[in-house]
Each structure stands twice: as C-alpha cells, then as structure tokens.
Ligand binder design. Structure first.
Ligand code: ATP
Ligand code: MG
Length: 452
C-alpha cells in the first residue's frame, strides 16, 4: 500500500503546486491510515489554497482519525458554513457529533448527507446512530423538532438504509418454475447481457409486478431474486413512503431511486404497491397524483437511467392500481403468483424442514398430497404446528425427538387454506373487468378458462 503511493509523493515533491495531485494524495494517505502525513500535506497545501474544500475535508478527516476532534470540528464547521451542500462533510460531521455524545444532532447531519448523496449510506454508522438515539418519526402535520412520543417507527432515513444482501436464492423458493423463468428472461438476462439486449433494441428497463393471494411467496421471491444475481435488495412499502413522508414524498422517492442506482446491481422492491392507489383517495387528490407522477418518472428513468436497477413490485390488489403503471416499459407484464401445486408444496416443505431433526419415515410428498390449496405461509404454519407437538413430546420424554410423519399429518388437519377469500374477489375482477385479458391467468387457474 505505502509503496504504491511513493511515486505520487515523489511527483508532488517536483510539482508542489499540482492541486489535484495533492488532493488525491491526501485522500489516499487517509485511506491508507497515514493520517499524520495526510495532515501535513493538507496543511502545506492550504497555505496556498486556504479555501480548498477537498484539502479541508481531508484535513478534518486526518484530525478525526488521530483523535484531534476539536480541530476536526473547527475545520468541518468552517467548510459547511460556506458549502452547506458538501455531503461528505456532513457525513464526517455526523461522526464527530456522535463521538461528542450528541446523537440527535449526529442523526440530523447524517440525514443531511444522505439527502444530498444517498450513495454515502454507511450501515455501521447508521446502526451506531440508531443505537445511540431512538428513531424519530416526522409527523404528517409538518416538521417538529421534538421527538414524537411513539418514536419506535423507523425514520425515513432508516428506511432508506433498508439495504440488504439477501442470502437466499432461487434454490430457497419451492416450485414457481414459470415465474422464475419469467424473472430470468425479463430481469436477470437483461442485467447479465446488456449488450445483447441493446443490440436487439430491447431496453432493459421496466419492472415486474407480481400479484396474487397472500402468503404465496411474492416477497420471498423478490428477495431471492436479489440473492440469485448477488444484487443488493431494497424493500419499501409504499404505504410507508406515503404515511411517513407525507408532503415530502416526491423527494424521498427520488432519493430512494438514487440510492438504488448508486447500489446497482440492485433489486428495488415495492411491496404493497397498490397502497399508492388506495391511499390516493385519502390524500388530497393532487398530492397523491404528484407522488404517482414522480414514481412513474423515476420508473421511466426520466431523470436518471435505471441501468442495473431491477424494479419489482408486489400487490394483492392489482385492480386498484392506476392503469398508468401498466404502460409499456413500466409494469407492462403482470405475473400471477398462485398457491403452490403438489410438487411445489413438497419442495417448500423440504425447504422449511431443512436442518430440523427428522424421523426416517418423513415423506413430504405424502404431506403435499394432503394439503391442496395451502399457501407457502400456510405450510409454514403447518411445520410450526408439527414442531410444537414434537417439542412437547420431547419435553415429556426428557430427550430430543425427531419430527415424525404423524406430527406433520396431524398439523396439516389443523391448517385451513388462507387463499380462498382472495380468489373469490379475484374471480369477480377477472370475469367482469378483465380488459385485454389482463387477468386470464386467474381464470385459467380457477379452471374457468382453457390455458393458451
Ligand atoms: N415458494 C416458496 N418457497 C419457500 N418458501 C415459501 C414459498 N412461498 C412462501 N414461502 C414462505 O411463506 C412465507 C410467506 O411468503 P411471502 O411473505 O413471500 O408471501 P407474499 O406472497 O408476499 O404474501 P403477502 O401478499 O401477504 O405479502 C415466506 O416467508 C416464506 O418463508
Ligand atoms: Mg409480501
């Protein structure tokens, strides 16, 4: 590391007036932990260029790293005085404030930094701030400097930090082969072969909207998609955006997309996307409209390209969705996620039972055969029930017993399919407002219509 910098240090000896070189070296020295040298280099430079921001920031960083906190404060606050839009300076300010035992101010500085540049998100700092000061909820009525009494909701910035690197992938999703194929075609391949898609004039934009009854794996699948391509994952409930950020939603939406772009490849997942439409009626019409328009603009990549950002959304109620969402290039294809069929149920049971002690006679295919209509979530309840019975028996016998086939079959009798109601509603929409055959998949699933 040090050896790499030597030629640059030599070069600076020859041309001490080369400001970009000095700025670069200062950053590199700090990054290499050579803060003392960085400090000297910055101070020398600042004699000639007393207001240079890059040097001032590096100097403050060097001070901070060498525990000269008050010196760091002075430099950063001077810098921010003149240039309130310097995101990196706000970030350093946040660290300083946190170290000085002012977590509330630190949070504010951090939020400021992210507002200017969402790419600066730092999970460790975010967590430290979270631990030091409870999240503050901004009430809908406007900004209030005092923390709300029920301050256990995550703040917008924490939502923004809802960045994940999912460990699950398609192997953790039972069945759903058709949906997985569709995701590969529409989402994964364009990411992996962007040039090929461009050559055929296929834009890699647009999103995939999953819809279907509750508990059938929409959210699970979106997370697994991110894991499958080793992308980051950001999951947002639109309801959260609307409720928490009311009055400021457009800006927050923009920040959210910017964060996703800065983290590409990234799956940006909007859960309960129908809330946009549902909430619209509660809001003043115009406010809701602006948010939708902003959302669509970001989706279209009107302001900035969404290259490398895979946009997915899920809903139980696609019929409440504004038709504007389904224009070409947006969520133009909507995909039904049905309850698992028999082989898929067996696969899901295998996944759910992974790593648990099983008796030799356990046969998930036989359990799958007796659980028609159950969703993935219902199967989870089934396995939970079986585990409970098994635990109780283990307690009684004083030693750990494995899960038996009978535990599973008994538990199966107690779980009722939770998707019936949804299909009753869906059937009506599919029969009576099925424009362009949008909901044909529902009719096929219900046996009302022949496939193809
Ligand atoms: N195909 C599947 N393979 C493995 N696990 C599944 C599958 N489907 C559902 N599950 C399990 O069931 C749970 C519930 O699924 P999930 O939350 O993804 O459903 P959902 O379709 O998003 O429901 P909702 O519409 O209520 O949001 C998941 O946490 C997952 O563990
Ligand atoms: Mg879900």
């Amino acid at each position: 590391m040090s050896a790499d910098l030597q030629p640059l240090l030599d070069a600076l000896q020859f041309s001490p007036d080369n400001l970009p070189l000095r700025q670069h070296l200062a950053r590199q020295l700090n990054a290499a932990g050579r803060h003392q040298e960085a400090e000297t280099l910055c101070r020398d430079g600042l004699r000639q260029h007393p207001t240079d921001d890059a040097l001032r920031l590096s100097l403050a960083e060097a001070y901070f790293a060498s525990n000269k906190h008050s010196a760091a404060f002075v430099v950063v606050e001077e810098l921010l005085d003149k240039h309130a839009d310097n995101a990196a300076a706000h970030l350093l300010h946040a660290r300083l404030l946190l170290a000085a035992g002012q977590p509330a101010e630190a949070r504010e500085a951090y939020a400021h930094a992210l507002e200017i540049n969402p790419g600066l998100a730092d999970r460790d700092l975010g967590q430290a701030l979270e631990a030091a000061a409870p999240a503050r909820r901004v009430p809908a009525s406007g900004y209030s400097p005092a923390p709300a009494p029920d301050a256990d909701e995550p703040s917008p910035q924490d939502k923004l930090l809802g960045l994940e690197r999912p460990k699950i992938n398609f192997a953790d999703v039972g069945g759903m082969e058709a949906v997985k194929d569709e995701i590969r075609l529409k989402i994964i391949h364009p990411l992996q072969f962007p040039d090929l898609y461009k050559a055929y004039g296929k834009a890699s934009g647009g999103g995939l909207l999953l819809y279907g009854p509750p508990g059938c794996g929409k959210t699970h699948l979106a997370r697994a998609t991110a894991g499958e391509v080793q992308a980051s994952f950001i999951s947002v409930g639109i309801a959260d955006i609307l409720d928490m950020w009311l009055g400021n939603s457009e800006k927050n939406l923009h920040q959210l997309f910017e964060l996703a772009r800065s983290q590409a490849p990234c799956v940006l997942f909007f859960d309960e996307v129908d809330a946009l439409a549902a909430n619209r009626h509660d809001l003043r019409q115009s406010a809701g409209r602006t948010v939708i328009n902003q959302f669509l603009e970001e989706l279209d990549g009107a302001t900035r390209s969404n290259e490398g950002v895979l946009i997915m959304a899920a809903t139980n109620a696609p019929w409440h969705l504004d038709p504007a969402f389904r224009r070409p290039g947006r969520f133009d294809r909507i995909t039904l996620v049905t309850p698992p069929d028999e082989p898929a149920r067996a696969a899901i049971l295998d996944i759910l039972l992974r790593g648990k002690p099983l008796a030799p006679g356990v046969n998930t295919t036989a359990v799958a055969a007796r659980t028609a209509g159950l969703s993935g979530a219902d199967l989870m309840a089934l396995v939970d029930g079986a585990v409970d019975v098994c635990l109780r028996a283990s307690m009684r016998s004083g030693r750990p017993l494995p899960i038996e086939q009978s535990h599973l079959l008994d538990a199966a009798k107690l779980v009722k399919p939770s998707t019936k109601e949804w299909f009753a509603t869906a059937r009506n929409y599919a029969l009576y407002s099925n424009e362009g055959g949008l909901y044909d998949d529902i009719l096929v699933y219900l046996g009302v219509k022949k496939p193809g």
